[in-house]
Design a protein around this ligand. Structure first.
Ligand SMILES: C[S@@+](CC[C@H](N)C(=O)[O-])C[C@H]1O[C@@H](n2cnc3c(N)ncnc32)[C@H](O)[C@@H]1O
Ligand code: SF4
Length: 335
């Protein structure tokens, strides 16, 4: 089926669904503790979409071309009975790929149930293998071993695992090689991601960004890489395989080489807003339509009209020095 296209002719193919704005970590680059501490007002239960409301929204988007859905958050595994939602989404017509991004802390006891419910694969965010660096980066007093157990359980359950690592200058550059060595050993695909200026609280500065070109150089000094052929449209990582044949690594250059022109991704926030750019300052309200009894056809009509007017290209404008505005938080919009 052909997908609805936006003003820049970009199809709607990919959807991220944030199932909660809460998290059991306080990564300083996403939910710094001084802001997301005790006084922070998280969404209340009636404010967030029910599983049935999420499934109806996903059905509407799949009618418009969405083929890939990723559940995210906040920390998605904090949402109670998440496998029930996975089961509902696994039966949506047209959906080909159902994935989850998690910090991995609660993955061990849930991996098998998620797989049984129909989840296809999982991405685990892991910025360090060293316990001290990991504690600093997660803002939580938990050992990295807990996350590694979750990753092991996902593997045992038959879920392919990808590892995401955000690299920050002066914080975890020394973790690049150990992470690569570990992923090669365990045969997990690895993605290095540039630190982004998402949200309004992480005090991002360009000097904290380690460009993927530099990450690649560091890696290649130990592990020669070979480019993997043309990526499908909308694939944000530049992919390489290790020249000795052991595994794959990718680089997401959101800052140094923005990829807005191929962006086919929509986002659904935990409280039911349709957001058309990770750096948007607001969203379009689906929840009130869902709760007023809109049919899936009605919802699809609304989403289509929003997508057709979409012209976001924040990252390109940022690199031209033309974009300064308040943005939604990463934990709200789901990364
Ligand atoms: C917002 S988290 C939500 C899912 C889950 N809690 C997790 O951490 O995987 C999704 C992804 O966004 C990434 N992320 C958060 N803040 C970021 C930033 N400032 N720059 C780049 N990536 C970021 C995280 O590393 C994670 O891989
Ligand atoms: S990146 Fe994920 S784990 Fe870290 S604070 Fe944000 S939502 Fe939580």
């Amino acid at each position: 089926m052909s997908a609805v296209r936006d003003v820049l002719s970009r199809p709607l193919r990919d959807l991220r669904v944030s199932v909660t704005d809460r998290c059991n970590f306080r990564c300083p680059y996403c939910m710094p503790r001084e802001v997301f501490g005790q006084a922070y007002r998280f969404l209340s239960k009636p404010e967030i979409l029910s599983f049935v409301e999420i499934a109806r929204s996903v059905s509407a988007m799949c009618r418009l071309g969405v083929r890939k859905v990723r559940l995210t958050g906040g920390e998605p595994l904090l949402r109670r009975e998440l496998p029930v939602l996975v089961g509902l989404l696994a039966t949506v017509d047209g959906l080909q790929d159902l994935a989850l991004t998690t910090n991995g802390l609660l993955l061990a006891p849930l991996a098998q149930a998620l797989k049984n419910a129909g989840l296809h694969r999982v991405t685990v965010s892991l910025d360090a293998l060293d316990d001290d660096v990991f504690r600093r980066l997660s803002g939580a007093d938990r050992p990295v071993a807990n996350v590694l157990q979750g990753i092991g359980a996902a593997r045992t359950a038959g879920l392919p695992v990808k590892i995401n690592c955000v690299v920050q200058r002066g914080i975890n550059e020394e973790q690049i090689l150990p992470l690569a060595a570990w992923c090669r050993e365990e045969n997990h695909t690895l993605r290095f991601i540039e630190y982004m200026d998402v949200g309004n609280h992480n005090r991002w500065h360009v000097s904290s960004v380690v460009p993927v070109g530099e990450i690649r150089e560091r890696l290649e000094a130990s592990y020669p890489l070979v480019a993997v052929g043309d990526a499908p449209r909308g694939e944000v990582a530049r992919r390489f395989r290790f020249a000795d044949g052991t595994g794959e690594v990718g680089f997401v250059s959101s800052i140094t080489e923005p990829f807005c022109r191929d962006c086919n991704r929509a986002r659904l926030t935990a409280d039911g807003k349709l957001v058309t750019c990770l750096f948007a300052h607001g969203g379009h309200d689906l929840k009130s339509q869902l709760r007023a009894g809109a049919s899936v056809d009605d919802l699809a009509g609304f989403i289509e009209s929003v997508w057709k007017q979409r012209e976001d290209r924040y990252s390109e404008l940022r690199s031209e020095g033309r974009e300064q505005r308040g943005k939604v938080e990463m934990s709200y919009v789901g990364g």
